[in-house]
Design a protein around this ligand. Structure first.
Ligand SMILES: [Zn+2]
Length: 315
């Protein structure tokens, strides 16, 4: 019997994840690949087609004909309704790209696209930490800082799809240009790349035996008691807490979900963030609303599950 399959793809600056679902939500195939060196849109379309063929070969099944729909999430400014990626800085895309149309022509099945954090909030609402909540903020703390909003029981995209960009709220610190083209956005100071930049401004290459300062070695130094490194991390978390407090005061969710590489590697930061938020946000939004501050349950797969929910028409 022919079964409907759904292909979900998470396209990041360093890796591309393809996950094949059946109609009951079982994962029947999974492939993680390195993002091509120069990921121009046409290059990525061909890369996806090749990867799908490989999956087909590996799974020993002719599934291309059975794929009912494909959904993709990107880190970037994505217009869901018009199916356009307006900017994806970590892919080097600064001009609008009709990526879904490009892929649809080749795959001959419907393709949807969504921002990765918007997808992630849906994943956490339907399958993860935020189940049962109607008003949820999701943020990802990783190389950048992304945000997704689920309000009044549905994904909130804003007028054109760009809502929830907490990483580009202002004004944090001085003299840093953001990948969005703005200045001193939260993510220029408090994301993984912001933390690494703070370290590179403090030390020279070769200091502390590091060729270059990455987020991971700033955290390692902080854990070893290096006080300037501790301060960099502390200031970054404080900035995230302030940014989140502003969002909480504006949106009054019942649940705040935090995901991304930094929190996955350092879950202890959740408690620190919780304290800052409860100090900075107005008391009613945390106390009367019984705000829950939770770590994402689906880890790096929040967006994958959110796209699956979209393909299944859950939102
Ligand atoms: Zn920005």
């Amino acid at each position: 019997m022919k079964r409907d399959l759904y292909l979900v793809i998470d396209i990041g600056g360093t890796k591309i994840l393809l996950v094949l679902f059946d109609e009951d939500g079982n994962i029947i195939g999974r492939k993680k690949l390195r993002t091509p060196e120069k990921p121009l849109p046409e290059v990525l379309v061909n890369f996806i087609l090749d990867s799908v063929s490989e999956m087909e070969h590996e799974l020993q099944t002719v599934f291309l004909n059975s794929i009912k729909a494909v959904g993709i999430c990107f880190a970037g400014f994505v217009e869901f309704r018009q199916k356009i990626v307006h900017q994806a800085p970590n892919l080097g895309w600064q001009e609008p790209v009709p990526f879904a149309d490009l892929l649809e022509k080749k795959l001959k099945c419907p393709v949807i696209i969504e921002n990765d954090a918007s997808a992630a909030v849906l994943g956490e609402v339907y399958y993860g930490a935020a189940r049962g909540h109607h008003d949820v903020i999701y943020i990802t703390l990783s190389t950048g800082i992304g945000g997704g909003l689920f309000l009044n029981g549905q994904l909130y995209r804003g007028s054109s799809g760009f809502a929830g960009e907490i990483g580009h709220t202002k004004l944090f610190g001085k003299d840093r240009i953001c990948s969005c083209g703005g200045e001193n956005c939260l993510e220029t100071w408090a994301s993984g790349s912001g933390i690494a930049k703070s370290a590179s401004e403090l030390w020279e290459p070769g200091d502390l035996n590091y060729e270059e300062f990455t987020t991971a070695n700033v955290f390692a130094e902080a854990a070893a008691g290096n006080q300037p490194a501790e301060l960099i991390v502390k200031e970054a978390i404080k900035a995230v807490g302030i940014g989140l407090s502003n969002l909480l005061n504006i949106l009054n969710p019942s649940c705040l979900v935090i995901g991304g590489g930094i929190i996955n590697a350092h879950p202890e930061l959740l408690a620190e963030l919780d304290i800052i938020i409860r100090c900075k946000a107005i008391r009613p939004v945390v106390e009367i609303s019984s705000l829950k501050v939770l770590q994402a349950e689906l880890g790096a797969d929040s967006g994958i599950w959110g796209i699956y929910a979209l393909l299944k028409g859950q939102d």
